[in-house]
Design a protein around this ligand. Sequence first.
Ligand SMILES: N[C@@H](CCC[C@H](N)C(=O)O)C(=O)O
Length: 293
Amino acid sequence: MSVDLRFTKGQGTGNDFVLFLDPDGHHDLSPSQVAALCDRRFGIGADGVLRAVRSENIAAGGAALAEDPAAEWFMDYRNADGSIAEMCGNGIRVFVRYLIENGVVELVPGRTLPIGTRAGVRDVIRSGTGFQVDLGRWRLEPDETLVSAREVPVARPGLGIDVGNPHVVVALADDAELEAADLTVIPHLDPAPVEGANVEFVVPREPLVRDGVGRIRMRVHERGSGETLSCGTGAAAAALAVRHWAGAGAPNEWRVDVPGGTVGVRMFPAEDGEHVALSGPAELVFEGDLSIA
Ligand SMILES: N[C@@H](CCC[C@H](N)C(=O)O)C(=O)O
């Protein structure tokens, strides 16, 4: 049996997604269907799929509604290989743009839109021409991970950071080393995290801090999607790692340059501890109809 869907292609700093509305939760695609959609030669091509489903119509939505009954919509995120991930920082901005453009939600400046995700409810607000998402509390992993990547001369220590999904951040020596890293091959992590991890390679800008804002460059190999032009949660993890390494006095506001553009990261105190927020653009590119077997 085939499934007919109206889809939209969207992107945030070049991290691209296929989006579709499934309010009643009738189209829970299989991993192979997702992989087929994301295939850049045989499908539409994307780093992931975002299914917009009402929280009441997806099993994981129960926890979201318990956390915040106003979280009417749930972002069901899949990586390009069909695997499930807890959270997507670029995706959620594109997701909110998509809900707004489709007239299913309103988001007036100054108001917050709660979205259900597998990492918990995430609050989104408008920010400039894009959106800002509060990624909530973050966690430093206690143990160091040794990271080896092709064309990076020696294995480097990586810092594990959870921002709703898992990341390992590695500092490289300079821009030349960052550019030379071959991320077509999955970086090797030792010990290997059971659930896998997204791996961010970072270098500081010169100077690291300008006008009170920290500045870094980053490339990423995403779990389940390979190298992408940007990873929002990865940018947040990278800024948190560099602030950690920089020590006392390091700023709480960061600009992270990725191959697909620039995103902003901000750390701020909240009632339950420090939160990290991500801001950046979100664009819808084209739409069409598809039929998947
Ligand atoms: N690109 C995303 C992260 C998507 C999920 C990730 N690949 C994972 O498996 O955790 C972002 O912008 O955060």
